[in-house]
Unconditional design. Structure first.
Length: 183
């Protein structure tokens, strides 16, 4: 029997695995001493989000249909960062792939856990400035629309609950604070 903090693990087995996630089932003894089960999702990549801001205060967001939600979503450029690469390399690749934008200046502005009750996924949000524009090359699973928008308008969209993606909401709120203090 192994333990994880106050949890005792009686048995564990992998239920499902893809190149992106692994789902495990655990028979446990809870911290209260009662039998229970716990299902966890192990993400094989980092969650990476980028807020590109140009010299005139515009940012660039991408829209796409999100299969699990069954709805269209506007969000910052984001995706999975290979754990074999650095976070910065992953952020640079993702921004270029989704928008065609590269940046001279990069700052990691926030790290968080996306849903720590069921997954170990860690997310990292970068602020990118000193932008250069080129051609996007989305993955075959992505049908993206890019929109140029004032950062202040994106912030208002977050406040109005028009943007619900966690990387976008957290990243925009953190970037707003950083950008305001830089003025």
């Amino acid at each position: 029997m192994s333990t994880r903090g106050p949890w005792k693990i009686l048995n564990e087995k992998m239920l499902h695995e893809t190149p992106w996630i692994r789902i495990d089932h655990h028979d446990v003894i809870t911290p209260a001493g009662t039998p229970g089960i716990y299902t966890t999702v192990d993400f094989k990549n980092w969650a990476i989000g980028i807020i590109p801001v140009d010299d005139e205060g515009y940012t660039y967001i991408v829209g796409q249909y999100r299969f699990p939600l069954q709805e269209y979503s506007w969000e910052i450029p984001e995706g999975g960062g290979n754990k074999g690469s650095t976070l910065l390399e992953s952020a640079q690749r993702e921004l270029l792939e989704e928008t065609g934008i590269s940046a001279d200046n990069w700052e990691m502005i926030y790290e968080f856990n996306t849903s720590n009750s069921v997954t170990n996924e860690c997310a990292f949000v970068f602020l990118a400035t000193g932008l250069t524009f080129g051609e996007a090359h989305p993955e075959e699973t992505e049908e993206l629309e890019t929109k140029k928008i004032l950062f202040s308008d994106l912030l208002e969209m977050v406040y109005r609950n028009e943007v619900k993606d966690s990387l976008t909401v957290i990243g925009v709120l953190m970037a707003a604070k950083i950008l305001a203090s830089a003025k």
